[in-house]
Design a protein around this ligand. Structure first.
Ligand code: ZN
Length: 71
């Protein structure tokens, strides 16, 4: 099943999504964001705006990294 994704890169970890057939997607403000894994989807779900405004860059990291929130 093909899923139409708004993004081409996972905003949480920076992984390039080869095609918009991501199994893990999240709708936010009318756009469908795709992710590489359930974990990234969950992280995005916890704070969508943070990941949209400060998306991860693709740096070849082995996995997503938690960035501490500033309070
Ligand atoms: Zn990811």
């Amino acid at each position: 099943m093909a899923t139409k994704c708004f993004n081409e890169v996972d905003p949480v970890c920076g992984m390039v999504l080869n095609s918009c057939t991501a199994d893990f997607t999240e709708d936010f403000e009318g756009k469908t964001y795709g992710f590489c894994s359930q974990k990234c989807k969950d992280l995005f779900h916890g704070n969508p705006k943070r990941h949209i405004e400060n998306p991860a860059s693709h740096v070849g990291m082995p996995g997503p990294r938690e960035i501490p929130e500033k309070h």
